[in-house]
Design a binder for this molecule. Sequence first.
Ligand code: GLY
Length: 556
Amino acid sequence: MFKKYTLVTLLLLGFITNIRADTPLKTAIASAHPLATAAGFEILNQGGNVFDAAVAVSATLAVVEPSGSGLGGGGYWLVHRANDNTTRFIDGREKAPLAAHKNVYVDSAGQVKNPRASLDGATAAAIPGLPAGLVHLAEHYGKLPLAVSLAPAIRHARNGFVVGQHHLDLLKYRETVLKQFPASSTIFLVNGQLPEKFALLRQVDLAETLTQLARYGRAGFYAHSVADKLLQAVQQAGGMWTAEDLQNYQVVEREPVVGNYRGIKVTSAPPSSAGGIVLLEALTILSAYDLAKLDKLTRIHLITEAMRRAYHDRALYLGDSDFVSVPMQRLLSEDYAAGLRSSMRMDAVLPSTQLSGDVLPDSEGGHTTHFSIIDTEGNRVAATLSINFPFGSGFVAAGTGVLLNDEMDDFVSHAGPNGYGLVGSAANMIAPGKRMLSSMTPTFLEDAGRVAVLGTPGGSRIISMVLLATLDFAKATSPMSWVTLPRFHHQYLPDVVEYENAAFTEQELVALKGLGHHLKATVNPYGNMQAAVLYKHTHALNAASDPRGEGLATVK
Ligand code: GLY
């Protein structure tokens, strides 16, 4: 018996050693669009590394998924380079123009002047960070020139691509706004009407702008002719941008937030995103419970109560840490989590009104994008990119093909209600040059045997989706499980558990009501998670793209 097992073990070890020695470099890419995933592999085939592939995927998503991200927006790239064990967070979030201030959207009585001004058109647009992010990634982490890594995006913009149902649905949602702006209408609509399914979308101006970026680096966007056209269009339409805003824009490399959940190392987004702090705070609260041993109802109840408390702190304390002091150490400490846990009961909710603090409404759009890349050496990128609402502000700066973001709406800008119900505090009020608080949560998870890369779009629900996926990862499941599992969400205010229909049975709904939860089924499933994993001992890779979307995960 002993001999048999020894032999099997030796064979297995030999097998593993062989894989390590001989396995050619492979990569997993999961993104929200098949053309973006293919662009990543195209660049890898040309000798690029995962960071060059990330430039290609980001830029291609900007072209083929214009509802979610773009050169007129911003985003975050969480990167890990294996050879020197570097893990960094590239903050390419948009910044408020220098002319912006905390009362820019309200009158002297504090009343909102025009409720659409922070959502639609040039007045809603902050200074884009995505182009600077691409240049930074290529210059500091990539091997290839931008002319190579941007080539697939330029090709898809120039030659066109076939639009899918997701694109058409979101176009319909923003049709009225896009129609207001001739440069947008000409590109995205056909004679002012929604295109047919399978229509070809060509973006020749955007191809030219990308070409300028490839040729001149950041000056190709933030100076020269593209900047002139951006400024002319924005200023003519009443926007706040100046040449100084564009010249001054810089990405910031930050230390990611890092924590531990029951043996899993969690690396995620620091401010200007709330993502990593809220995720880790909820996980630290939950780490005292052996969730696997609890019945499903108690598990859901405790997870919801942890979300409530962590999102409450999002509202109270979080904003751009370059402008406000964020009590990060305290929020992430075990003692603080223990204090929050002490207010949690197994048999009842603590209504959100009983959590203290002055908060103001804040809003966040749910249409962003995420991709995950990892290779067999462990080099990896988790990137979440956004222009806020679907098709951002709906405003294309004439002659550039660049659809501008409406990310100014992610600030707390007024005391009235908003469409998403998120609340915030002075920490997230508008100031010149400040970054608006985000929920984007690009994340790495690592245990003894696996390294995972994941994230999703979904506005305020991003963080709870990544939380649920992390708890699922802890059960030794695969990426397909993380991206498909039914979702539920609590964000402190409104005091409601939002859930996908598949998340709870009728019996569970009754029992949750009995504990005092207010429940609301979402009309549609939500999120579009993209995840990839490296199994450390075998160097095998796996990846999955959320079946709720139209993305593609590939390993090769
Ligand atoms: N605009 C969505 C977010 O940054 O979370």
